[in-house]
Write a protein that binds this ligand. Sequence first.
Ligand code: GRF
Length: 188
Amino acid sequence: MLVKLAVLFSGNGSNLENILEKLHQKSIGANSYEVVLCLCNKKDALGIKRAKKYGLKSVIVEHKNFATREDFDRVLVEEIQKSGADLTILAGFMRILSPVFTKNIKAINLHPSLLPLFKGAKAIKESYESDMQVAGVSVHWVSEELDGGKIIAQKAFEKKKLSFEEFEEKIHSLEHEILPLSVIEIFS
Ligand code: GRF
């Protein structure tokens, strides 16, 4: 089947670019993949430039222009439904989503910790600073609970004596492995 993907991001967009590089307009197994929507809530996000390299114009929906979370989410839902996406990928999309979104959109989220540990926006720092000897990344279904839906895939590594920069780099390299593989897995 042709799998249509929507990718939502807020900033750097390295995971968006990784999805574009590994899945966009590629045939893998019985499926081919097309990113039909890149959507960002910040007009200056680097990810917008990354999408442009692939000929894709990002839709910008700035959350600050909306009075409520629900009003913002309604526009996200409209844009995603209009795009015809089969799956929405939250790749560094730094917004808490209301039931307006979660009840209407089939979405997965990438999170830089071994969930259910270290939910929220400070996951990398908290996981680095914790006494745990392992750390990792997770992909999960998006539910009403922040970083709380059913886990699809995880990858762990030993922290050893990594500096914070090395640790962050390891997290991002594992994210780049796990996210496209999870998408492929979902449709296979
Ligand atoms: C990633 O660490 C992801 O897990 C988190 O936000 C970061 C996004 O990075 N939710 P990028 O914008 O894809 O480079």
